[in-house]
Every structure is written in structure tokens, then in C-alpha cells.
Write a protein that binds this ligand. Structure first.
Ligand SMILES: Nc1ncnc2c1ncn2[C@@H]1O[C@H](COP(=O)(O)OP(=O)(O)O)[C@@H](O)[C@H]1O
Ligand SMILES: [Mg+2]
Length: 318
């Protein structure tokens, strides 16, 4: 089932065309990489998917009630908050429930309320409902879950009470990434998530994403990381998307094959074009009515050929 798709998306900045009529589809629980050289428009594509910027034209579809999480290259954290509090904001609703449960406990135990049977029953039923909901949403374990993710990504427990503003860029990335993972979105958009991560955090993230039950699109230059997680690769090049049904390594080998195939087709076409041009030139040089007609008919044939762009065979893969 398609969970998210872009249809005929175009975007320009001034005279620079960044995206030309892009089509891209992700199925539920699909994990894909988005690759391309610097400045190709990858981050722009993410911002369009997330709804942060509007395309010039085209449509964005997101399955109903599905939540998108976006880890951008610029992090969005409250500088005055401590690490742990900032991360626990993800569980605000659960924390509110917890507060209400405590209130209810007091109200239920209050002798005044026990006398009022109707009211007391109401309190009990709200308590029962909330209690169930709290358990269903893992209220008891969300703190330890948050701790586990932070530590997994290399944030030291002794730093949990440090304010964000005192953290290095790398530490901020880890906090933002923790927040993102803990919020469990249906669709995860990760823009260069491995920047600033050391080996152990990298391998933690790799495993987390491998096991993640959701749709993931990752921009990364780390081919080993992509290889571990993705089963599909989109390459953004010259404003267009080319899709590959496999991980990064598959993309590299398949891309080579496609380029070779296209080069063959291009060479064949060039030979055919040269042949026709030669014939035309010859007929024209005869300068007879009949031969001019022949030339014109060949010119028509030549103009009908759909020109294949020269494949850039020697360029590096993204
Ligand atoms: N807000 C903007 N205004 C003008 N140009 C922009 C803006 N954002 C990005 N660009 C340009 O669009 C191109 C694509 O940028 P970006 O999407 O960040 O590429 P990538 O993430 O693939 O490196 C770049 O040339 C960049 O300079
Ligand atoms: Mg970018």
C-alpha cells in the first residue's frame, strides 16, 4: 500500500530548476535511500514531503492519519531545556495522563467523594479507562525506553541534566535523533543522520532502523549504513529521480549496467544519424529535383528520431 507519494513535483529557486516533474512512491514499511551529489535537491525534496516548503507544481499524497517525522540538517531543539526533559517532551501526553492518574487517586481516596456514590463511580471509571490507556501506551516504560535510546546513541547518562545550549553539534544531533526515534512516526525522513555519530552510535542507529516498523527515507553519503537498512534507492540527478529496486550496492551495479545499455543505444543512434546525414548530403550535392526530394524525405526521417541524451559514463556515482 502506498503510504506517501509525490506526483509531478517541480521546484525552482529563481532560474535554477531544482526538481523537474518528480514522481516518487513509498509503500508502507518500505526503507529507501535518497542519494545524489551535493546540491542535487535532496533536502529540498524532504522539505516538500514534510510540507515545510511548497512545490511550484505537483501533488503530495500522504495516507490518512499517518505521521511524518523529519530529522533535518538544522536541528530544532529548545536550547534552555535539559537533555532528558527535552527528549521526554515526546511523551507529553503520557506525562499528562500520569498527572491525571495521581489526581484521580487522591480524589478517589477522599472520604468526601466516597460518600457521593455517583461521583465516586465516575472517578473510578475515568481512572480505569486512563489506567488502561496508560499501560497500552507503555507509560510505565517510556522513561527507560528514552534512556535506552539516548545511551544507545552515545549520550552519557551523567549529561542528562545538562542544558542543550552547552552541547556540541554532535551531541545536539544525538538528542534530536533520539527525540525523532522515540516519537515513532509512521514515516521517518532522515537527512544525513549519521553525521557526528561514532561507530557504536552508528551501529545502534543501524539496528534501530533495521528493526523499525515504519516507512523510512534516508539521505546519506554512508553507503555501508544505507546498505544495511534500505531495499530501495532513489537517485536524484539533474532534477530527476531514477529508481532502483535494491540497496546502495545494488544501485551502483545496476546503474553501471543501465549506463552501459544507454551508451550502446546512444552509440547506435549516433551511427544511424551520421548515416542519414551522409545520405542527405550526397543527395543534396546531386542537386536534381528527384534527389532533393530524396534528401527531404531523409531529413524528415532524421527529424523524427527521438534523440537519446549522451549518457555521462565517466561520472562518479552519488
Ligand atoms: N531557500 C533556498 N533559496 C535558494 N536556493 C536554495 C534554497 N534552498 C536550497 N537552494 C539551492 O537548491 C539546491 C539544492 O539544495 P539542497 O536541496 O539543499 O541539495 P542537497 O540536499 O541535495 O545537497 C542548491 O543549489 C541550493 O543552493
Ligand atoms: Mg542536503
Amino acid at each position: 500500500m502506498t503510504i506517501v507519494s509525490l506526483k509531478n513535483i517541480s521546484k525552482s529557486y529563481g532560474i535554477d530548476v531544482i526538481l523537474k516533474d518528480i514522481n516518487l512512491t513509498l509503500n508502507e514499511n518500505e526503507k529507501a535511500g535518497l542519494v545524489g551529489i551535493n546540491g542535487a535537491g535532496k533536502s529540498t525534496l524532504f522539505k516538500i514531503l514534510y510540507g515545510q516548503i511548497k512545490p511550484d507544481s505537483g501533488e503530495i499524497y500522504i495516507m490518512k492519519d499517518k505521521k511524518i517525522g523529519y530529522l533535518s540538517q538544522s536541528l530544532d531543539l529548545d536550547e534552555d531545556e535539559t537533555i532528558f526533559k527535552e527528549v521526554m517532551k515526546v511523551f507529553q501526553e503520557i506525562k499528562d495522563m500520569e498527572k491525571r492518574l495521581h489526581e484521580l487517586e487522591k480524589l478517589i481516596a477522599d472520604p468526601k467523594n466516597i460518600k457521593d456514590e455517583d461521583y465516586h463511580n465516575k472517578l473510578l471509571s475515568e481512572y480505569g479507562y486512563l489506567q488502561e490507556e496508560y499501560e497500552r501506551r507503555n507509560g510505565y516504560s517510556c522513561e527507560s525506553y528514552a534512556k535506552g535510546v539516548l545511551i544507545g546513541l552515545g549520550v552519557l547518562e551523567e549529561d542528562f541534566n545538562k542544558e542543550i545550549k552547552y552541547l556540541s553539534g554532535g551531541q545536539k544531533t544525538r538528542v534530536a535523533l533520539s527525540k525523532m526515534l522515540l516519537s515513532s512516526p509512521d514515516i521517518l525522513l532522515l537527512d544525513e543522520p549519521t553525521n557526528h555519530l561514532d561507530l557504536s552510535a552508528l551501529s545502534y542507529l543501524e539496528n534501530f532502523l533495521k528493526d523499525y516498523r515504519g516507512t523510512i527515507l534516508i539521505i546519506s553519503h554512508d553507503r555501508y549504513f544505507l546498505d544495511q537498512i534500505t531495499t530501495k534507492t532513489f537517485e536524484l540527478k539533474d532534477g530527476m529521480i531514477e529508481e532502483y529496486d535494491g540497496n546502495y550496492s545494488f544501485y551502483i551495479s545496476e546503474r553501471r549496467k543501465r549506463t552501459e545499455q544507454r551508451t550502446k543505444e546512444y552509440d547506435l543512434q549516433q551511427t544511424e544519424i551520421k548515416r542519414l546525414e551522409g545520405i542527405i548530403e550526397k543527395y543534396r550535392s546531386f542537386n536534381r529535383e528527384k534527389s532533393i526530394k530524396q534528401a527531404e524525405s531523409r531529413e524528415k526521417q532524421l527529424s523524427k528520431i527521438e534523440r537519446i541524451d549522451k549518457p555521462s559514463s565517466l561520472e562518479k556515482a552519488a
